[in-house]
Design a protein around this ligand. Structure first.
Ligand code: G
Ligand code: G
Ligand code: MN
Ligand code: NA
Length: 255
């Protein structure tokens, strides 16, 4: 298939890059971190991850591409550090696929890249989804704990969309819970969604987990989420995912 051949060529030609979307504190309204989102420069079109990540995952090429993403994010952090733009509380969140996390040498790879670039672990966050986490719960918990030892934090992505079990959430040592945008969309329209998000926020408070509301698009949503205690906000209302250089200009230099 042409797509598959193009994808494997894309790895050699280094056609993958990332954009950054800021996460904003609902208390200070300052940017606290950013999520790195992969893109594929295929000729003169930019391909979104949903159109190629599934292929990468099927073929195990996701390992190579995921490793490369981590390297690129570390290189970006080095650039920030050298320019004096890296504050101690800033971090970049990287999406980690289940195939990566279940690799036996995943932790070795992560520590090696951090050492190579002299980047402290607390500058990184790993986003995993519920399905990944529950795939092999015991192994996942062990790996998360080991990576947390070197300062890397974890967030549970797309919360609410998987075959989630609230009882598993208690066992997963994640720092953040990202409430899927499908629940945020109708937060001040649909009473049921409103109640659902309220209970997720309450649950997170009880478990001592920081909440992130994803897909925030309106001022009304921002107000509602502030009032109801979502600690971090992410979405087009603040910014679309933008190129790393734009992110520097917009959020790290101009302040
Ligand atoms: O950027 P966009 O909203 O189109 O991202 C769509 C999906 O692709 C999201 O679910 C996101 O988690 C996933 N994704 C983005 N970047 C990466 C990446 O580097 N690795 C993996 N495994 N998934 C990613
Ligand atoms: O990793 P995750 O599954 O959370 O991917 C987030 C996806 O949501 C990315 O593809 C990103 O481009 C997209 N996204 C981010 N903010 C918004 C938003 O405000 N509205 C919509 N519709 N999509 C968003
Ligand atoms: Mn994510
Ligand atoms: Na998400």
């Amino acid at each position: 298939l042409k797509l598959e051949r193009d994808i494997s060529n894309a790895i050699f030609k280094d056609e993958f890059f990332f954009v950054l979307q800021p996460l904003i504190s609902s208390v200070t309204m300052e940017v606290t971190s950013a999520e790195a989102l992969i893109r594929w420069q295929r000729g003169d079109t930019i391909v979104a991850p949903n159109d190629f990540i599934p292929f990468l995952e099927e073929s195990a090429m996701i390992i190579e591409v995921g490793d490369k993403m981590l390297t690129k994010v570390c290189e970006f952090l080095v650039q920030l550090k050298q320019r004096g733009l890296l504050t101690a509380s800033f971090k970049i969140a990287v999406n980690i696929s289940g195939k990566q996390l279940s690799e036996a040498d995943f932790i070795d790879k992560v520590t090696t890249v951090l050492r190579k670039y002299q980047i402290a672990g607390h500058y990184l966050e790993f986003e995993i989804t519920e399905s990944v986490a529950l795939d092999n719960l015991k192994d996942t918990i062990n790996k998360i704990n080991e990576l947390k030892q070197i300062g890397i934090s974890f967030s549970l992505d797309d919360f609410g969309t998987g075959y989630s079990s609230l009882s598993h959430l208690k066992d997963l040592p994640v720092d953040k819970l990202k409430i899927d945008q499908s629940f945020i969309n109708d937060i001040n329209v649909d009473k049921q969604d409103e109640n659902l998000v309220k209970s997720i926020l309450q649950l997170a408070v009880n478990l001592g987990i920081v909440t992130v509301a994803e897909g925030v698009e309106t001022k009304e949503q921002v107000e509602w989420l502030k009032e109801n205690g979502s600690m971090l906000l992410q979405g087009y209302y603040f910014s679309r995912p933008i190129l790393p250089n734009e992110f520097i200009e917009k959020y790290l230099i101009s302040k």
